[in-house]
Design a binder for this molecule. Structure first.
Ligand code: GLA
Length: 499
């Protein structure tokens, strides 16, 4: 430090700073460990003591709007508009010989020193914009007459998913009762993607040596295989998206034997405005239909632009209604109890998706997971397990495979429950079922046990039920007269089928 103070004035005497000019296109590439690279491009222009330009960090494109420093290094700060807000990054950069030394400062907090190399101008630039198609309604694909059921890799495995694990999950689901209870889709989420070949065909990365063979294996166990992509150039994790290759990718999926596609907006915000989502999603809806294969179409764009109003018109069978769930009571209950207003939009073939299940991931109690399962079933939500089903307690398996609860979710009338009664933190939701029964969920959102008492007539059930079955204890209750009353554990539920 003493040295640098001493030498600093000498550096400042060097005219024009020719040796420390940072102008150029720089690539910082880090191996993902699966044969693909995580790429960050710094496209910089140094004007005296100021740095301008862009940073393309996998799926994000930031504009540099602040810089400070000098020959000893710069701190650059860059921002981008994202889903109604702003996302920012800060890096420290310094020219060292032919290279650029880079340290990310925010949002993660100071990271290790990395090296970026000079690359030709234009490399890593965003692809040219492709105009979205003119809107037209996409024909119903006839799938998902009841909410899709299955499993997805993201909530538990995130990027640590590979062919061997998917096979083990498949074996587990075929053996542990999940398949027979209706969980048929085995869905691979982000990080399976490799590079495109010279004809533009998408290839899996090293974690998935042969997608067709994997699909054959999953099918041989009586299950179906799902996959994931983005309408943008990159997925959320920065992997290859379907931008400009929609028809080609749909054909590839069909040739592999894929049965379900989750299509996640993510990297599309670098190319398209939120208002263009419908047209962009329509393109894949058309492409999937054109393959002639039955492929469930799952739209994931976090509920932006009242997606429930237009998703069926793009051929979607389900659409996410909000942001990502996490394995906590706060997240699960905020999302689940926030779905009331969306009930009119659910029905056979097209479902609101409050996101995948967290049941069994370890950060909620079994009582809370029973509430999660009950609430999602009342909502006619897709039941996509997100835990390590190779390895779960009997209690978790019993929650996921409770046939009487699943029957509420899978009821062929496809009605989504509504909140019909509320007193403080206690609420009753009802869901009319195809045979004339009503599913009644009595929730206690408070953390302490509470005695809940309500009048049937106050829940819209005008005739006092003569048949009341508790779907968790699998017992019938005695008809209770005009009022119903019971103790409900904190964060717990009593789920009834009444007639
Ligand atoms: C988004 C989605 C998640 C998951 C990740 C994968 O965050 O909402 O469900 O697919 O991307 O990168």
């Amino acid at each position: 430090m003493v040295f640098s103070k001493f030498f600093l004035p000498l550096f400042l005497l060097i005219p024009a700073c020719a040796t420390v000019d940072l102008t150029g296109n720089w690539l910082m590439a880090t191996p993902n460990g699966d044969g693909t690279m995580r790429r960050v491009y710094f496209h910089l222009k140094q004007e005296g003591g100021r740095i301008a330009g862009t940073i393309r960090a996998t799926l994000h494109l930031y504009s540099i709007d602040k810089s400070e420093g000098g020959p000893e290094g710069f701190t650059i700060s860059a921002g981008m508009a994202l889903l109604g807000g702003e996302r920012r990054v800060t890096y420290r950069i310094k020219r060292v010989g032919e290279d650029l030394e880079v340290t990310q400062v925010t949002p993660q907090g100071a990271g290790p020193v990395m090296v970026a190399h000079h690359v030709p101008e234009g490399e890593g630039a965003l692809p040219a914009r492709i105009e979205p198609p003119v809107l037209h309604p996409v024909r119903d694909n006839g799938l998902a007459r009841t909410p899709p059921m299955g499993w997805n890799s993201w909530n538990h495995f995130a990027g640590r998913i590979d062919d061997a694990t998917v096979r083990q999950i498949t074996d587990a689901m075929a053996a542990n009762g999940m398949r027979d209870a209706g969980y048929v889709y085995v869905n691979i989420d982000d990080t399976w993607e490799g590079e495109r070949d010279s004809h533009g065909n998408i290839q899996p990365n090293k974690k998935f040596p042969d997608m067709k063979a994997l699909a054959d294996y999953v099918h041989s166990k009586g299950l179906k295989l799902g996959i994931y992509s983005s309408p943008g150039p990159n997925t959320c994790e920065g992997y290859e998206g379907s931008y400009g290759h929609e028809e080609q990718d749909a054909r590839t999926y069909a040739a592999w034997g894929i049965d379900y596609l989750k299509y996640d907006w993510c990297g599309a915000f670098t190319v398209y405005k939120d208002s263009e989502m419908q047209a962009v999603y329509q393109k894949m809806g058309d492409a999937l239909l054109a393959t002639g294969r039955d492929i469930v179409f799952s739209v994931c764009q976090y509920g932006v632009g009242e997606v429930w109003k237009w998703a069926p018109a793009v051929g979607a069978n389900l659409w996410r209604t909000g942001g990502d769930i996490s394995d906590s009571w706060e997240s699960m209950s905020r999302i689940g109890f926030g779905q009331n207003a969306l009930a009119p939009y659910a029905g056979p073939g097209h479902w609101n998706d409050p996101d995948m299940l967290e049941i069994g991931n370890g950060h909620m109690t079994d009582t809370e997971y029973r509430t999660h399962m009950s609430l999602w079933s009342m909502l006619a939500a897709p039941l996509i397990a997100g835990n390590d089903v190779r390895n779960m307690s009997a209690a978790i398996r019993d929650i996921l495979t409770n046939r009487e609860v699943i029957a509420v979710d899978q009821d062929r009338a496809g009605r989504q429950a509504k909140r019909v009664w509320q007193l403080g933190r206690q609420e009753v939701w009802t869901k009319p079922l195809a045979n004339g029964d009503t599913a009644v969920a009595v929730f206690n959102r408070a953390s302490e046990t509470a005695k809940v008492t309500f009048q049937w007539k106050d829940t819209g059930i005008t005739n006092v039920p003569s048949y009341i079955r508790d779907l968790w204890s699998h017992t019938e209750q005695k008809a209770s007269g005009p009022a119903w009353s019971a103790e409900v554990p904190g964060h717990g539920v009593i789920l009834l089928r009444v007639r």
